[in-house]
Write a protein of this length. Sequence first.
Lengths: 414, 301
Amino acid sequence: MNVLKIATAGSVDDGKSTLIGRILYDTKSLTEDKLQAIEEKSKQRGFDYLDFSLATDGLVAEREQGITIDVAHIYFSTKKTSFIIADTPGHIEYTRNMVTGASNSQASIVLVDARNGVLEQTYRHFFINNLLRVEEVVIAVNKMDLVDYSEEKFNQIKGEIAYLAEKSGYKNQNITFIPVSALHGDNVVNRSNKMDWYKGESLLDYLENIEFNKQEDSRVRFPVQSVIRPKTEKYHDYRGYAGKVYGGTLEVGDAVTVLPSDTKSIIKSIQFFDKEYQVAKQGSSVNITLEDDVNVSRGDMLVKVGEEPQVIKQLEATVCWMDKSPLQASEKYYIKHGINDAQVKVTNLSSLIRTDFSGKEQNPSKLSLNEIGEVSFKVSKPLFVDSYQENKANGAFILINPKTNNTAGVGFIK
Amino acid sequence: MNTNVLQVGALESEAIYIIREVVAQFEKPVLLFSGGKDSITLVRLAQKAFYPAKIPFPLMHIDTGHNFSETIEFRDQLVEELGVELIVRNVQDNIDAGKVKEETGKYASRNMLQTETLLDAIEEFGFDACIGGARRDEEKARAKERIFSVRDDFGQWDEKNQRPELFDMLNGRIDLGQNVRVFPISNWTELDVWSYIQKEEIEIPSIYFAHKRKTFLRDGLIWSANDEVVFRDEEEEVEERMVRFRTVGDMSCTAAVLSNATEINKVVAEIRDSTISERGARIDDKRSEAAMEKRKQQGYF
């Protein structure tokens, strides 16, 4: 079965939790005991409808304050697809959570309240989806029931987003607009009969029909996670390279370059558990053996000959900062690029990018929590990178604060 | 020549990747093994991650002493087949030593007491990473759990200060005294686990299949009648019923469901059509709305 990871962002006011609760309800994904708990709670709070947000807001603090403070994961499936929703809050102080949610998603739902139209928050959601190059973005215009299911209102919002899309740096994004009412279930799972003017699919139909694995034809990258050496009679000289295939396919007989040593060899076998295969497709965690006895260890990378990535000791990247202590020039951090570890020093902080598409601020003194900027680094050892645009997995990295070990930021290589 | 094209499923591939990262990033990992279907699934994934080498870490069972005997027999057999080390630490030892106090009465359970034994064992062996079979779909507090979840010396989970996890990059850097709980099947649902067991033909303890058992009813749930372990009022009458278990925890807090599913295909079909959640049969979660979150803050699995 296909697995589709979706990010949602928005505030309680947009009806995001209600939308997710509605999807769960209409796809019959809420079990009786969960539904019963929601019914009781709703009654207890004096609501005359089912408060579906109770299905998603998990932590005690969230239920107390009626807000969502972290990334919550919600699961449901239809006959065709397993869905994983990474649900994040929409306020500016949660930018880092939105970025986190979007980093793991193939599609994103941006909620807009039909009454309020496009707000600062909408700009931010849209901007993050652009920055992370999320391929499929749905603009769900919610609360259509409160604007008399007005086509005019819907088109107005559509126009505003289209204007933003023109300013964005990522032109291949597929943007789809769907008018919904989460509270009443219009166009969420089932097509609404209140908006004849809308000819498109319901939200769920749209999500079910998304194409998978589009990045299949980019250049393949195989970072070696570990070397498998059984040291048994049967597998005496066995050296298997364990890792996950990113961005393309690997085939037995492929000529490969091992980085950083730059030695060449040929793929002898592709194994997964006790079976051998001719071809491994992208996303597969496999075990590879080479024809020659070359020196390969964790952090090395196998690529096809002629498709080598850049080998760099200077990094230029767009960074989203996630730590309380700000990023500043000449600070040092640990960097994790895929599974490869090194250290970096900030050499220049050239700009702060505003998330409302209003441009950049040149030469800021620091990058604070939830801010996004353009940063240059010096790296302690060569990294094998692609631009984020060419290969998402090999074009992103995280920064770790050496004092706290916390994940302090994420970077997208230019 | 082999012409097969391999596409490892997204969830399986993700789990194997995570388990490999644990071994690469930590000095002393351990797999927390309960004998339940989730930890059995983890064992299969660990096998796949390192094949043809053996699983490079031990399994550890925190035994409440109230486990179903079928689970223990199964555990010992599996460990022997795999040739891996099994560590067992008993909740009973802590009770005998007076370190923890056992609950008494109608809803008494040793489930909470496991935490203390687990933390002791982590310290005793110096484990820096504990791989567990928790899933985000199980429960609301777990929905916010990270794949690498950092715990302090007291095993505490600080839910408001969790590390963001971006793409599949896992930050396993910790200070001395800290350890990490790792959840490779975070993104699996109950049905995913059952479908995997079906597809891989993985053996599981017999109590997961429908069987005749002496049971009694309480609060609309079916309890296993075992007077040594489970407190029962005299008016709670014992009756033989055809049941299976959906989750296998401590006998005192795991309810059975009526079922005729005697083999895996029937179980999967039942789960698919089920209208009650898996943890709906876990009595310990019903104590309060925040039951799981509280236990997690104190260092529970």
